[in-house]
Design a protein around this ligand. Structure first.
Ligand code: ZN
Length: 237
């Protein structure tokens, strides 16, 4: 990260009226939430050699809810995680958030408009009567069931499932109207991120990420580094 790039970023933030921040797992790593995709191959014996993508799929959830919930509660739920400086900064500048994360940290940080493309672990519902349950209402040691007998499902988009239409439309509208788009903590390899970015029509497209991505040459500015460190530099300006 060089000082001149930080100056440009700061100037663009100060002069933009509609900022959208598109975030992925990388922004929550400093809050202690590892990217579950990096868990590949680590859980072989405990999870029958299955990959996280296989376990967090709709068909597996239906077929083996016991193992699904074991993985889900064990590897994807971090009740003690708190928003970090980056979540707080994007809330403070009033950016609209489009996120692939399901951890609720943007909302906890105070962001008012958050499009959660993949849902939110705090919301859960009965598959039979559709009653909603908060995460804290669930016993995280077993498969949760509703009083009516129906199985409770997290309001999270699993592999093989489609995204919520209203959320997609809201996110696309926000991105197409934005004068600045900041992509933060995602390699854009995960469906459907790259498709969303195509709706941006401005000339202040910024990438903030730990490492290079295939998308960088399309950006107007790319800064590599830990997101919290980048925000610390921004706040010094
Ligand atoms: Zn029910």
């Amino acid at each position: 990260m060089n000082n001149n790039d930080i100056n440009i970023l700061k100037e663009w933030i100060n002069t933009s009226k509609k900022i959208v921040v598109f975030t992925g797992a990388g922004i929550s790593v400093p809050s202690g939430i590892p990217d579950f995709r990096s868990a590949n191959g680590i859980y072989n014996s405990e999870y029958d050699g299955l990959s996280p993508e296989e376990i967090i799929s709709h068909s597996f959830f239906i077929k083996n809810p016991k193992m699904f919930y074991k993985f889900y509660f064990d590897k994807m739920i971090y009740l003690d995680a708190r928003p970090n400086l980056a979540h707080e900064y994007f809330a403070k500048i009033g950016a609209t958030i489009v996120t692939q994360n399901i951890d609720n940290l943007h909302t906890l940080a105070g962001s008012k408009t958050v499009y959660e493309l993949h849902g939110n672990v705090y919301r859960n519902y009965c598959m039979k009567c559709h009653k909603f349950y908060d995460l804290k209402d669930l016993n995280t040691k077993e498969v949760p069931y509703c009083k009516c007998g129906g199985m409770i499902k997290p309001d999270v988009v699993l592999y093989e499932e489609g995204l919520d239409n209203d959320t997609i439309m809201g996110a696309i509208k926000a991105i197409s109207e934005a004068d600045m788009l900041i992509i933060c903590g995602t390699s854009l390899r995960v469906y459907p991120a790259a498709g969303f970015i195509n709706y941006y029509r401005g000339n202040k497209l910024v990438l903030l990420n730990k490492e290079k991505t295939p998308f960088d040459s399309s950006c107007n500015l790319a800064i590599y580094g830990d997101i919290v460190e980048i925000v610390k530099e921004l706040m010094k300006k």
